[in-house]
Design a protein around this ligand. Sequence first.
Ligand SMILES: Cc1cc2c(cc1C)N(C[C@H](O)[C@H](O)[C@H](O)COP(=O)(O)O)c1[nH]c(=O)[nH]c(=O)c1N2
Length: 210
Amino acid sequence: MVAFDEAFRRQLRELFVWRRDVRRFRPDPLPSGAMERLIEIACLSPSVGLSQPWRFVIVEDNARRSAVVEDFRACNADALHSYSGERAARYASLKLAGLEEAPGHLAVFADKTNDMGHRLGRATMPDAVEYSVAAAICCMWLSARADGIGLGWVSILNPARIHEVLEVPESWKFIGYLCVGYPQKEFDRPELERANWEYRRSAKEFTTRR
Ligand SMILES: Cc1cc2c(cc1C)N(C[C@H](O)[C@H](O)[C@H](O)COP(=O)(O)O)c1[nH]c(=O)[nH]c(=O)c1N2
């Protein structure tokens, strides 16, 4: 049985506290194999029926990257229009992706048609496939942070356009686009909190007993 001592548990908590969504990256390249190592960690994640539905596209082609940046700009402009007044001004001041600075770009999909796991656990909750991929991204996020590497999840994108740009199978559902690189600075509080967009609440607020 592998046991983890008190010192490790304290450090693990620190890792949860210091994991950040990163939008500001240093230009330093990632060490070779870093993306592949993060994908290997992600593949250790839980998945419904052990279906391992995650599909990763490492985006290296500059034309494809520029097309993603363009899509982000369009989607972000649309999103801004959905706000008004002070909230709109605050939204406009936020940096919501590090697409142009991050050395690593990783698009993450869920393969909804894959038969691994033989559909165990999905009949009543087919979305468990997407949840499994989100869990894998979180494992990757924490492992990256332990290596001092920042990860930024971008969802302000049009899934149909991302499919087109990356030429992936129709059956793959777009889950998120990850910017990967070394963060300019480390923080123990979310940027959206430091920018007064929202603030982290206590667990009590989300807990109900029945
Ligand atoms: C599914 C999903 C989608 C997104 C995000 C997260 C998740 C889970 N986040 C990051 C999000 O804003 C961030 O996690 C919270 O603000 C909390 O900050 P920390 O992650 O604790 O730094 C995010 N951030 C951002 O700047 N642009 C984005 O499009 C998104 N999209």
